[in-house]
Design a protein around this ligand. Structure first.
Ligand code: G3P
Length: 255
C-alpha cells in the first residue's frame, strides 16, 4: 500500500471517519479537513443504498447522523442525497450530505490514501455484484488500487476481496469485544490478510512482539489522546486512527 505523502517513516496518520472530532463524521467536510490537517489516509465506512450504490455512512440506520430515519438500505441514492448529514453535529454544519464512495475517490485521488471499511450489514455470501465488487470497481476506475486498504469486521468480505483481486491490501479488523486466545499472526494467516486493525486497548506487548516477528502492519483505533498516541507509536504500530489527525500530526512531528 502506498501513500501520496511519500512518507518513508513507516507510520500512517489516519483520519477516523475524517477529522470527526471537529466535523460531522463521514462527510466531505470531515475528509477535506483531515487532509488539510496532515492526515495521510482517511478511514471511511461504506454501505449500499437500496439501488446498490456504495454510500459513506457508519451506522446501518440513518437516525444518529442524519435527519432521516430507518435503514440506509431502504433508501435509493436520490432519496439519501436529500438528507442532511451535518445538522446533528451543529447548526453550522447543516448542508452536508451522505457522500458516495465515488465522490470520496474523486476527492482523494492524487492527495490522500483511503481505508475503506466495508460494514458487516452490507456483506452477503453472494459477493459478485455485491458491495466488495462494487467498491473494487470504483477504486479501479480512479486507478487508486495502490492507495487503498480495505477492511471489515465481517471476514467473508476479506476472502471475497482477495478472490476478486489477490493483489489488493486488506486488513483483518478485530472487534473490540472479540476475545480469543489466538495471536494476530494466526488470524492474519487464516484469512490471508495483509494487515491487522485492532483497538489500542487490545494491542498488548505480547501482540506487538507477535506482529513484529511476523512483519504484520498494525493499525490501531481510535486514539485521541497525546499520551496514548505516543505509547502506541513506541509500541511499534504502523498507523493510528484518530478523530484528531491534527493532534496526531503534532505528536508524530515532535517524536
Ligand atoms: O476501522 C477502524 C475503526 O473505525 C473500527 O471501528 O466502529 O469505527 O467502525 P468503527
Amino acid at each position: 500500500m502506498k501513500l501520496y505523502s511519500g512518507s518513508e517513516d513507516n507510520f500512517v496518520i489516519i483520519g477516523h471517519r475524517g477529522a470527526s472530532a471537529y466535523y460531522p463524521e463521514n462527510t466531505m467536510a470531515a475528509f477535506r479537513a483531515a487532509y488539510e490537517m496532515g492526515a495521510e489516509m482517511i478511514e471511511l465506512d461504506i454501505l449500499l443504498s437500496k439501488d446498490s450504490v456504495p454510500v459513506v455512512i457508519h451506522d446501518e440506520t440513518l437516525d444518529r447522523t442524519t435527519n432521516g430515519t430507518g435503514l440506509v438500505a431502504d433508501y435509493t441514492l436520490t432519496e439519501l442525497r436529500k438528507l442532511d448529514a451535518g445538522l446533528w453535529f451543529g447548526r453550522e454544519h447543516a448542508g452536508e450530505h451522505i457522500p458516495t464512495l465515488e465522490e470520496v475517490l474523486q476527492f482523494a485521488k492524487g492527495k490522500i490514501a483511503l481505508n475503506i471499511e466495508i460494514k458487516t450489514e452490507a456483506v452477503t455470501d453472494d459477493y459478485l455484484e455485491g458491495i466488495e465488487e462494487k467498491a473494487l470497481n470504483l477504486v479501479k476506475k480512479y486507478e487508486m488500487e495502490d492507495y487503498v486498504l480495505y477492511s471489515s469486521f465481517d471476514y467473508r468480505a476479506i476472502s471475497h476481496l482477495k478472490q476478486l483481486d489477490v493483489d489488493i491490501s486488506v486488513a483483518l479488523l478485530y472487534e473490540k469485544k472479540q476475545s480469543t486466545r489466538r495471536l494476530p499472526s494466526e488470524l492474519v494467516e487464516d484469512y490471508t490478510a495483509d494487515a491487522f486493525n485492532c483497538s489500542r486497548r487490545q494491542f498488548t506487548k505480547r501482540w506487538a512482539e507477535d506482529t513484529q516477528r511476523h512483519n504484520i502492519p498494525v493499525f490501531v483505533y481510535t486514539v485521541n489522546k497525546e499520551r496514548q498516541m505516543e505509547k502506541m507509536i513506541k509500541r511499534g504500530v504502523s498507523g493510528i486512527f484518530s478523530d484528531k489527525p491534527d493532534l496526531l500530526r503534532r505528536v508524530v512531528d515532535n517524536m
